[in-house]
Design a protein around this ligand. Structure first.
Ligand SMILES: Cc1ncc(COP(=O)(O)O)c(C=O)c1O
Length: 478
């Protein structure tokens, strides 16, 4: 086919029959969307009909506001939502096309580097990720590669790397160890000690330890691990053995809480042993899900051979991520939230969250049979359990009953050997208002009263269940 002269090319030269049909498709008036499908429909349907269908299906999901289970942002300002909608099509990997988003990502990294007291912020290396899980994989990989390089330089084998962490680590670290073939060494919990502490830590370390992972804001109960004391224990270990073990701080939630609420706490790059830190922009960074950050103190902490130079999309840019294409909108939203709130604004939001969490702790104690494991004074989250004694119901019953009232209040057991400790965990996020807190306490009080009542009532006599036969064409509408 002859190539047309560029002057006479019009849009129709590029339009195939298929395009035309898709854009002008008008289904028969009687067409009905067939309902939830797990097979690709044979034909197209009108967009408004599908919109309604998908919305109807989504309406059956829980209410984000009453979801007390997650640390992940469920509320953003309309302006931030607008920016995300305006940048929805921008691919972060397409750096030559979108240099402004790349610049925003770099600025966010610098802001975090300063927030986390990097002695030389300009030397910090960092990137956005899909969340803390990807950031943890990258942090772990850098530790592993550094250890391999060190061992090879010493003429030693690299067959058995291990990583030391508390049994309370989030599942992403178990994934890291599994996927990247590093032996996980979990320091177990003990009754009354539900996260990593320095006392027994070094017994788990040796020459093959690639690093210690410490968590700022344990997923199980919101408590901070004592990062400075852990680093000090490793200083002592180095003095005794000559083995220098770096630390990665998993600050998924806490790295965006502690800088605002606990300025005296030493946990970040002020501690020389801290090589890298991750956080979730989509937790206390106030961005909707899909964003994390990973930062390394300097180029030594992130070996060059893990960073790829990519030029397929024009220009050349460094890439150290497990993904390639990713939404740019989340980085834009993070940049917005940093500019919008600033340090004082973020501090204000964090203060409010902690205040609400502490007030809830006091009210929960007053409800009766509950005992606090944590009280919201570190992460704005609290874990509580049934006080010792016989209650005739469990925290799992409470969780189910609260769920029936629309609240997601997870109940779970701690890992062995503390598996007999079962807690309910409540996370306070921006948007959890005083009214919601009041409604939650009212429901918890009522649910607890009913569960206690049920315990004191005699068990009902069991009658045989009679099921009425259903007419062939039952009308199920009320
Ligand atoms: C301490 C900790 N690390 C990592 C993660 C995983 O984070 P993300 O959901 O951002 O991948 C979580 C999630 O709650 C967490 O609490």
């Amino acid at each position: 086919m002859p190539i047309p002269d560029t002057d006479v090319i019009s849009a129709t030269d590029f339009r195939t029959d298929t395009d035309t049909r898709i854009h002008t498709l008008v289904p028969p008036a009687a067409a009905q969307f067939p309902g939830p499908a797990d097979e690709l429909p044979a034909a197209a349907s009108p967009p408004d009909l599908v919109l309604q269908q998908v919305r109807d299906e989504l309406a059956l999901d829980g209410s984000a506001q009453r979801n007390l289970a997650t640390f992940v942002t469920t509320w953003m300002e309309p302006q931030a939502r607008q920016l995300m909608a305006e940048t929805a099509e921008k691919n972060l990997a397409d750096r030559a096309e979108y240099p402004q988003i790349t610049a925003m990502e770099e600025r966010c990294v610098r802001m975090l580097a300063r927030l986390w007291h990097a002695p030389h912020p300009e030397q910090v290396r960092g990137c956005s990720t899909t969340g803390s899980s990807e950031a943890a994989m990258l942090g772990g990989l850098a530790l592993k590669r550094r250890w391999q390089q060190r061992r090879r330089a010493q003429g030693k084998d690299t067959a058995r790397p291990n990583v030391v962490m508390g049994a309370n680590v989030q599942v992403c670290w178990k994934k890291f160890a599994n996927y990247f073939e590093v032996e996980p060494r979990y320091v177990p919990m003990e009754p009354g000690r539900y996260h990593l502490t320095p006392d027994t830590l070094t017994a788990y370390c040796d020459d093959n330890t690639i690093g210690v992972v410490t968590v700022l804001g344990s997923t199980y109960d919101g408590s901070y691990e004592p990062v400075a004391d852990i680093c000090m224990a490793l200083d002592g270990y180095q003095a005794a053995t000559g083995t220098d073990i770096p630390v990665h701080v998993d600050g998924a939630s806490g790295a965006m809480v502690a800088p605002f609420l606990d300025p005296g706490l030493m946990w970040d790059f002020q501690l020389e042993r801290v090589a890298s830190i991750n956080t979730s922009g989509h937790k206390y960074g106030h961005v909707f899900p899909g964003l994390g950050w990973a930062l390394w103190r300097d180029a030594e902490a992130l070996p060059d051979d893990l960073v790829f130079e990519v030029d397929y999309l024009g220009g050349s840019s460094p890439s150290f991520t497990l993904n390639f294409s990713r939404p740019g909108a989340h980085v834009v939203a993070q940049y917005y939230s940093f500019l919008r709130y600033g340090f004082e604004g973020l501090r204000h939001l964090a203060v409010e969250n902690r205040r609400t969490a502490r007030a809830l702790a006091t009210r929960i104690r007053a409800v009766g049979p509950y005992e606090l494991v944590t009280d919201g004074s570190e992460l704005p989250a609290l874990a509580f359990r049934l006080a010792h004694g016989t209650h005739g119901f469990t925290v799992f019953d409470v969780s189910r009953a609260m769920h029936a009232r629309g609240w997601q209040l997870p109940a779970y057991a701690f890992p062995a050997p503390c598996q007999d400790v079962s807690v309910l965990r409540l996370v306070v996020r921006t948007g959890f208002t005083a009214e919601l807190a009041g409604a939650f306490i009212a429901d918890l009080t009522e649910v607890t009263r009913q569960l206690r009542l049920r315990r004191s009532m005699p068990a009902p006599a069991v009658k045989p269940l009679v099921v009425a036969a259903e007419p062939a064409h039952a009308n199920t509408s009320a």
